[in-house]
Structure formats: structure tokens, C-alpha cells
Design a protein around this ligand. Structure first.
Ligand SMILES: [Zn+2]
Length: 442
């Protein structure tokens, strides 16, 4: 697979750092331009044929990278006339006869460390025309959102100017890292301005060929001085490369009811979804650490026919929206819709089964391990019921019982948690501060 890097933009928002004489992709993180880091990331994934689209001050980029040989890659250039900018995708016109395979398309102002092999696998498995690397971020309320279905098919973009106070939404944003099929080039017919979002992706969404590849890997745009400073900090802490999914990940798994949201027994309506105070701060602390944050929850109300899958989705959108308003996000959520006992009115018979995913069975954890390459021996399960502690035991994780929600009072299993904490924020501090000698209360 080849890669095309769009490095032609002007980057006015960050000119206070770059000045007017350095193109934004040449901004340095630890003495090397962002573009250099991108190229090294591609090389690490075995991608060595790279085309860079340059425009404003493009000569500085060409002089630095030349033909790429000194960096162990092969670089060619498409040079845009700075007086006739072609938008985010117009320059692909010049590649129409040069690209004969699917290719990676990257925006040059995004700092990344991605396992492209994994993304490529997803792209081909779905037979996608476009695969977007997506992720939750800390400010979904003012971001353009990607709306996808349960099979990760992209349904539409939800533009940031829409009034989102009126509805709930998943926290999912396009990171600026894409794979395009060669057929997408058919949408570029003339030498003129094109937008990759409006002119390529939007028409392809209608054909059901655009997919969202949700990743927990590092991909942050450096469009503003604040974000630039944050990326430098993350780089210094080693956080960026740790998040590459070719490496084993550490994860803090958390339960939902009574752990994240106020315990109300069976939560059947999104209006009942209320966060426990302090939860957003706790999850934000996870987001800023090397740990992933994944929710694991039993939702037998689906099998009982009390709530539909769509209604449950609405509840989860509400949760993500509330967390997002506070700058916090979860990397993923897995739920069990099953229940073992048959014979109730209105039940969904096919879900009334003994499954391997209802906590404390480990099916959901196994799925997360597969999706995110998680090392369970370095991971934690946090929850308010003995089911959560038993789950940790069954999957070889450490456990923390919370005194929120049911506070272990469900009494289903006789278990001994590794820690007992007052609330989620306390529990996350235990993990992050590694307070091994914490005394068990209760
Ligand atoms: Zn299940």
C-alpha cells in the first residue's frame, strides 16, 4: 500500500508558533518535523512509497526530505500552485494515473502513531471504498462527528454547527487518517478545488462503502498552539508510542450501572441516565494515562424485551454526551444482551440463553482483548457488584470494588477484591498511583 500525505494547507491558526516562514508540517516535536514522525510511522508499518502534496512554502519540505532515500523511503511530490489552491483533495487529480491500488491518505498536521497493518486489514475485510480512522475526543460538543451503525458503516457526518442540545450522540470523530480505494479517484474529474469530505466521502456514504475504524491509538491534530504543547508533552512521556496497537495495551475496565451512572435498578430510559459526581474527572484521568477505558455491562433488559437495542444505544449516547461535555470519553463499550431464564411475557426468546458473555463470564473481555491487544495481567476491573470482582478473577485481572451503587451488596459471589474504594475517582487514583499497600476497608 502507498501513502499520500496532504501537506499543502496554510495552517494560519498555529502561525504564532511556526511564524510565516515555516510550513505547519515542518513544526518540530523533539527536533524532528511532524511530517518526519508520520513518515517513520508509515515505514514502521512497511509503507515506503509516499507522495507528499505540497503548496505554500513546499520547497522547505522538499529540501528536507528530498527523494526520501536518506530516511529509508521513496518520496515523490505533487506541487500545488499556491495561487490556485485545490482544497483538501484536488491535488489527487495528478495521481489519477499513478495510483493503481488502495492508498493511505493522511493530513500532515496530525501527530500519529498507528498500526497501519491492523487498519488495512479492517479496510479489506469490509471491502470499503473509504476507511476513516475514528476516535472519541475530549470536546465532541464542538467537533464534526461521524455517525455509524453497529457494523461500523458510516451513515453521515454530524456537523459541529448543528444544535446538539436537542439530541444525544456517540463521541466519534474523524482523525484525519484514511484509506481510500483507487476507485475514489474517479470522483476527481478536473483540475479544480475538491474537498475530500464533501466531494469524495459524502457521495460514497450513500453507497454504503465508507467505514469507521475505531481506534484508541494516538492521532491528534496540532492545529492550535495548545494542542501542539500537549503533543510535545505526550511525546516526552512516551505515551504516543505506547498507544500503538501493535503493542500490548493496559486497560481499566469499568462497569456501568452504579459505577458510572447512578444506580436505579434496571435503567430503561435515557432520562434515567445520570452520572455519579466525580466520574468524569476519574475517566479524564484515565484518558490522560497509558490505560484504555472500556465499559463492560450486563443488559438483560434486552432479552427481557423491556428495552430495544436502539433504545439502549440511545442510553449510551446520552452517557457519552454527558461525559463528553466534561471532556471525558470511553474508548469502547461492550454489553451482554442475554439472560438465562426463560418464561417471561414479552421476552426475546433467542436471547434467553446461557451465553459466554454475561458477567462474570469472560466473553466480552475476550472480545475487547482481541480488538485492542490488551494485556489482562496489567489491567483492572472496577465495579460496584460482586459480579465485577468475579469477572476480574475469571479473567486474571486485578479488581476494585466500589462503595457506590450496590457497593457489593448484591451478594451473588463470595469474592475478595484487591482493593475497595469509595468511588471511581478514588479507584482510578489507586491504579494510576499504584497504591499497593492501600488498606481494605469494610
Ligand atoms: Zn451474553
Amino acid at each position: 500500500m502507498k501513502a499520500v500525505i496532504q501537506a499543502g494547507g496554510k495552517g494560519t491558526r498555529i502561525s504564532s508558533i511556526t511564524g510565516d516562514n515555516i510550513p505547519k508540517p515542518m513544526l518540530e516535536i523533539s527536533n524532528y518535523p511532524i511530517l518526519y514522525h508520520q513518515i517513520m510511522n508509515l515505514k514502521k508499518s512497511g509503507i515506503k512509497d509516499i507522495t507528499i502534496i505540497v503548496g505554500h512554502l513546499g520547497n522547505i519540505i522538499q529540501e528536507y526530505f528530498e527523494d526520501g532515500k536518506k530516511f529509508g523511503v521513496n518520496i515523490t511530490y505533487v506541487v500545488e500552485d499556491p495561487n490556485k489552491p485545490l482544497g483538501t483533495a484536488g491535488a489527487l487529480y495528478y495521481l489519477k494515473n499513478k495510483i493503481d491500488d488502495d492508498f493511505i491518505f493522511l493530513l500532515a498536521d496530525v501527530f500519529i502513531d498507528i498500526d497501519f497493518k491492523k487498519m488495512e486489514y479492517f479496510h479489506y475485510k469490509n471491502d470499503a471504498d473509504v476507511t476513516l480512522l475514528t476516535h472519541p475526543n475530549s470536546h465532541p460538543y464542538d467537533s464534526d462527528l461521524v455517525v455509524s451503525d453497529k457494523n461500523n458503516k458510516v451513515l453521515k457526518f454530524d456537523h459541529k454547527t448543528n444544535d446538539r442540545t436537542k439530541y444525544n450522540y456517540h463521541n466519534l470523530v474523524n482523525a484525519g487518517v484514511m484509506i481510500f480505494s483507487k476507485e475514489t479517484l474517479n470522483y476527481i474529474q478536473e483540475e479544480k478545488k475538491y474537498s475530500y469530505e464533501k466531494d469524495i466521502i459524502a457521495p460514497l456514504i450513500k453507497n454504503g462503502k465508507v467505514f469507521s475504524y475505531k481506534s484508541s491509538e494516538y492521532a491528534k491534530d496540532m492545529g492550535t498552539p495548545e494542542r501542539y504543547i500537549m503533543v510535545q508533552k505526550d511525546y516526552d512521556n512516551g505515551l504516543i508510542e505506547l498507544k500503538n496497537l501493535s503493542r500490548k495495551q493496559k486497560c481499566i475496565f469499568i462497569d456501568r450501572d452504579g459505577t458510572i451512572n447512578k444506580y436505579v435498578g434496571f435503567l430503561r430510559n435515557e432520562s434515567q441516565m445520570e452520572l455519579i459526581p466525580g466520574v468524569s474527572t476519574a475517566i479524564k484521568n484515565i484518558n490522560n494515562s497509558e490505560y484504555l477505558c472500556i465499559v463492560i455491562t450486563n443488559q438483560p433488559i434486552i432479552a427481557r424485551g423491556e428495552v430495544t437495542v436502539d433504545q439502549l444505544d440511545e442510553i449510551h449516547k446520552k452517557m457519552e454526551k454527558l461525559l463528553g461535555n466534561d471532556g471525558a470519553y470511553i474508548n469502547d463499550l461492550y454489553y451482554c444482551p442475554h439472560h438465562p431464564d426463560r418464561g417471561y411475557e414479552g421476552e426475546v426468546t433467542e436471547l434467553k440463553v446461557v451465553c459466554d458473555c454475561r458477567k462474570p463470564s469472560t466473553g466480552l473481555i475476550k472480545k475487547a482483548v482481541e480488538d485492542y491487544n490488551i494485556d489482562l495481567s496489567q489491567s483492572f476491573m472496577i465495579g460496584d457488584s460482586t459480579l465485577d470482582i468475579k469477572l476480574a478473577e475469571n479473567s486474571g485481572m486485578k479488581s476494585i470494588l466500589l462503595l457506590t451503587g450496590q457497593a457489593g451488596g448484591d451478594g451473588k459471589y463470595d469474592v475478595t477484591p484487591d482493593y475497595i474504594c469509595d468511588n471511581l475517582i478514588d479507584a482510578v487514583n489507586v491504579v494510576l498511583n499504584n497504591e499497593k499497600e492501600r488498606i481494605l476497608k469494610k
